[in-house]
Design a protein around this ligand. Structure first.
Ligand SMILES: NC(=O)c1ccc[n+]([C@@H]2O[C@H](COP(=O)([O-])OP(=O)(O)OC[C@H]3O[C@@H](n4cnc5c(N)ncnc54)[C@H](OP(=O)(O)O)[C@@H]3O)[C@@H](O)[C@H]2O)c1
Length: 243
C-alpha cells in the first residue's frame, strides 16, 4: 500500500471499521467513512483530522439503493480511492425459519451486494493509479456450518470465494485483495438486538480478540502478500487447519 492514499471504510462507526480507520491513518491523506450513526462516524473522523487527515463522513444505509448510489457518487467525486475496506456487516442469531426474513435479506444485501457495488466502483481508479488494496470482511464462520447463523456464514463464504477469484482476475496488477476472517472479536457486533439470546460468556476467553489485534494482523498479511483468505488469530487458524 502506498503512502498518502485515499481510503474508504464502510462500517467505520465502531468495532473493526473504526480500528481500520485508526491503523490505516498513517498511510492516508483522506479517509471516507461510511455508516448510519453519524455521531459515532464524526467522532472517528475528528480523531483522524487531529492527525492531519481530510475526512468525508457519509451517513447512509448501505442496504438501500439510495445509500449505495450516494457512496458510489462520492467515490467519483473524492478522487482515487486506492484502499477499500468492505467492513459493514451484522449478524442474526436464531433458526433460519424463525428469524425475520427482511433482516436476513438485508444482511445479504449488505455483505454481498454492497461489497460488489463498491468494489466495482473502485477498481477502475485502482487500475489507473497502478495499485490498491481491497479488504472484504469475512468471518471464521465461513469455514463451518453455523447453526442459527446460516445466512451469515453463507454470505461470508461468498466473500471468500469472490475475493479469491477477483485476486486472480486482477493479477498481475498491483491490486491486492484480502478476505479477512476474524473469529470472536470484542466489538458492538454481539451487543446488538439481534444477539440478545447469545451468551458471550459461553465462548472461552482465549477465543476472543481485540479489534486492534485483528486489524494489525490483517494489514501485516496484506503488506507481506499473504493469503487472500486470511484468518486472524493463531487459535482460529488452528481451528481451520483441524477441520
Ligand atoms: N465481532 C466479531 O466477532 C466478528 C467476527 C467475524 C467477522 N466480523 C465482521 O466484522 C465486520 C465488522 O463488524 P464488527 O464486529 O466491527 O461489529 P460492529 O461494531 O457492530 O460494526 C459493524 C459496522 O457495520 C455498520 N453497518 C451495519 N449495518 C449497516 C448498514 N445497513 N449500512 C451501513 N453500515 C452498516 C455499523 O455502522 P452503523 O450502525 O453506524 O450503520 C458498524 O459500523 C462485519 O462484517 C462482521 O460480520 C465480526
Amino acid at each position: 500500500m502506498g503512502d498518502k492514499a485515499i481510503a474508504l471504510v464502510t462500517g467505520a462507526s465502531s468495532g473493526l471499521g473504526a480500528e481500520f480507520c485508526r491503523q490505516l491513518a498513517p498511510r492516508c491523506r483522506k479517509m471516507i467513512l461510511v455508516g448510519r450513526r453519524v455521531e459515532q462516524l464524526s467522532e472517528v473522523a475528528e480523531s483522524l483530522q487531529s492527525q492531519g487527515l481530510e475526512t468525508v463522513v457519509i451517513a447512509e444505509d448501505l442496504t438501500t439503493e439510495l445509500g449505495l448510489t450516494e457512496v458510489v457518487e462520492k467515490i467519483r467525486q473524492q478522487g482515487p480511492v486506492t484502499i477499500l475496506v468492505n467492513n459493514a456487516g451484522f449478524g442474526t442469531y436464531g433458526s433460519f425459519v424463525d428469524t425475520d426474513f427482511d433482516l436476513q435479506q438485508k444482511m445479504v444485501d449488505l455483505h454481498i451486494s454492497a461489497t460488489l457495488r463498491l468494489t466495482r466502483a473502485v477498481i477502475p481508479f485502482m487500475k489507473e493509479a497502478g495499485g490498491g488494496s481491497i479488504i472484504n470482511l469475512s468471518s471464521l464462520g465461513a469455514f463451518f456450518p453455523m447453526k442459527d447463523c446460516g445466512v451469515y456464514a453463507a454470505s461470508k463464504l461468498f466473500l471468500n470465494s469472490f475475493s479469491e477469484s477477483l485476486q486472480q482476475e486482477l493479477e498481475p496488477g498491483n491490486i491486492r485483495v484480502q478476505a479477512l476472517c476474524p473469529g470472536f472479536t470484542h466489538t458492538d457486533f454481539h451487543a446488538r438486538d439481534e444477539f440478545a439470546d447469545f451468551d458471550k460468556s459461553k465462548t472461552p476467553a482465549e477465543m476472543w480478540m481485540t479489534p486492534a489485534e485483528v486489524v494489525a494482523e490483517s494489514l501485516d498479511s496484506l503488506d507481506k502478500g499473504g493469503k487472500v483468505v486470511f484468518v486472524a488469530g493463531e487459535q482460529n487458524r488452528a481451528l481451520v487447519q483441524s477441520k
